[in-house]
Design a protein around this ligand. Sequence first.
Ligand SMILES: Cc1ncc(COP(=O)(O)O)c(C=O)c1O
Length: 397
Amino acid sequence: MSVSERVKKGMEVGSWIRRMFEEGIAMKKKFGPKNVYDLSLGNPVMEPPPEFKREIKRLADHPFKGMHGYMENAGYPETRAAVGAQLSKETGLKITEKDVIMAVGAAGAINVALKTILDPGDEVIVFIPWFVDYFNYIENHDGVVKPLPTDENFMPRLDVLEANIGPRTKALLIDSPNNPTGVLYSAELLKKIGEILRKKEAEYGTEIFIVSDEPYKKILYDGLEYPSPLNFHRHSIVCTSHSKDLSIAGERIGYIALHPDCTHHDDMIKGMVFCTRVLGFINAPAFLQNVVTRIQDVTIPVSEYRRNRDFIYNNLVRMGYTVNKPQGAFYIFPKCPIEDDVAFVHDLQNEHHVLTVPGVAFGIHGYFRLVYCVEHELLEKCMPGLEQMAKKHGLMK
Ligand SMILES: Cc1ncc(COP(=O)(O)O)c(C=O)c1O
């Protein structure tokens, strides 16, 4: 077939989630959708907040001329200014429309950022477990993926990080709060990471960026606040979206924010605007830019996700699974009772109709991921299957 070797390899990397998804569809056809319990996909069921609908209505009732046409590739200045104002509030830095480029979701933002900074052979460090498409995003732009192990709580190991930064290291791509583990990187950790990067920048005479993928930054529990890498490293590029905080993943609206004091700031912005164009995005969706301009401080009610988090975490612990309590996002990543995560996930699926994703999809064996951005009743229906599996493998009597 004419599919390139590079794409074939990329498809193989992401194939676990796709395979689970396809098997899930087949099972739903065979047993009926109500009898298959799908915790495999991070597609939030929550409706967008009323303010989102209010803004759609306002724009539909009061359209302005040219509203559906092209604008400058970076996006509407008013939207970028609104994003900058919100980020200024969150970080205490002065961030303006000059630092912001609207993007086609966080995924589009990451691709624009990576294309802008990577020359062929430049290395991008990621921590395991990682978001499955990072591998492909880095390869899209001829970068070399450098996956690094984390500690038993999925936190970056600073000694390992420092030892693995070399003259070709261009970026560290992080994802906090994390998919799949739910861990949040603390301010102390980010401070130390920033120090290591600056030490290495001085040693090699390079710039090493933190590319911060943060679509879950507003989905935090237990009173935690989001520490932004912008406060700890001036070579930071925020790549994010409203996919999850407004529950509008299909609408593909996000943004890039560059630290205002970044070296070669204006050239970096011009580069990212150019990449937005030549990657074929041209600009982020016009209508959605206008919709999100006035609701930068709005977020879906996190309490519903917290209720699901508490429910699934408490039940998994009761059943004897070893699992970290997620601090944010809407994923949980327990240890499998057996080493073979693929076999475990298949059994859970075939014997109990509960769909999850094996750890290998995130670069690590021995774990499995469940999502809890679903109806609470669906979570309840998954518990007997998880309990049976815990009994089968001796976690509980
Ligand atoms: C860690 C992470 N990064 C990026 C994305 C893509 O986000 P978006 O829909 O905004 O492109 C996702 C989506 O699930 C994600 O989990």
